[in-house]
Design a protein around this ligand. Sequence first.
Ligand code: XIL
Length: 466
Amino acid sequence: MKLQSLRRTALGTLAAASLVIGGAVSGHAADSPQPGAAAEPVLRDLAAAKGIYYGTAVTASKLNGTYGAVVGEQFDSITPGNEMKWESVEPTRGSYNWSGADAVVDYAEAHGQKVRGHTLVWHSQLPGWVSNGSWTADSLRTVMNDHIAAEAGRYKGRIDHWDVVNEPFNEDGTRRQSVFQTAIGDSYIADALRAARAADPTAKLYVNDYNVEGINAKSTALYNLVKSLKEQGVPIDGVGLQAHLILGQVPSTLQANIQRFADLGVDVAITELDIRMTVPPTSAQLTQQKAEYKAVTNACLAVARCEGVTVWGFTDSDSWIPDVFEGYGAATPYDENFQPKPAYYGIAEALGWSDGGTNPTGACAVTYTVQNQWNSGFTAQVTVKNTSTAAVNGWKLAWSWPAGQRVTQAWNATVTQSGTAVTAADAGYNAAIAPGATATFGFNGSWSGGNTAPTAFALNGTTCTA
Ligand code: XIL
């Protein structure tokens, strides 16, 4: 409750912050952290200060080494990616294997993390004895209730949120014809929620689905379900929006959709966020992904009943996307080597972090000198000075040429040009510019008519003095 009120006071600033999403700058210094850079953000602390949690799906067997360290440091909720699914815990009737699920819950408790239990009733990753059994409504209801009693009962008091029912709808908003739906009928969802409440009275009980992030036929069906469950007094506490998104397709109605569920009197969580793109990714795609992770996080922050966000794997090395969506990947906030991607900084920025003054406005000075000029060509040298007190780690210097000059060849930087807009990116070995230090690069260019020097420069999107 204390956190909720803290959030409300922050909402005005959040709304203002969300206006600059589209202004995310490529080559942001903090996107490639180097020794000496501003302190790295800690997502779990930032999220807690805003009154939400930030979580990740995990693979139990990987919870050690660098993977385990990042999960423990950065996230305050974890979801077992597979270990609590029916086929994992009850592969044959009445015989249970809890090893993976236990490992996740134990890890969470050792690291002060919430657990999202995932998932009790789902048509997929369901053992053959359930999906292929021949059932009456009563016999399958008994099996389902027994499964819920066993699993939710085992972890009673240790699970914060249960995805009790997963993916009950088709895209058009009709019920998915799972074995539960066909054998038991519409009421299986209410039955499952009641069984879960009986087994673990303190866990918040969710229904979770995908393609329900924006306002559409499927999310409206989910909305109507929740409304009817509430009216019947069925225990339902929240709605999970999976959010397996495609780059460029964050629904514009995301926040409004979260809000309409909140207005029904349930909590909302983003439960499986990833934003996939074609691979290999370009830096423009990664920059866009940053803005989209930021936008999704902001949408949750903007609605008081949105409890938190979980990414479906925090690293590209542990993402389901490449296995399932051919040609797509790079969907998570960390790369395959556990290095934070721009998306990670997008999340951090939505949560109120800023890079602590790396490249503040006016904190760079540029000298542009034409060293040599002949009939149609010239050679120029550019020196960028870091006049701030924070290190620059990775840079792009942008300018516009007034008189139609064209760059032909560059050294100590990669220089690209589109129309009159020129961008010089560091050459790797000169990416770091300590406070007070400089980086210098040069190029040959062509000119005709005039060779006036540019007067305005921007380093990583920030205006420099010329
Ligand atoms: C995925 C896992 O990440 C994969 O490892 C597994 O092979 C298939 O399932 N919606 C869900 C998740 O609710 O349980 C799914 O997880 C991804 C889609």
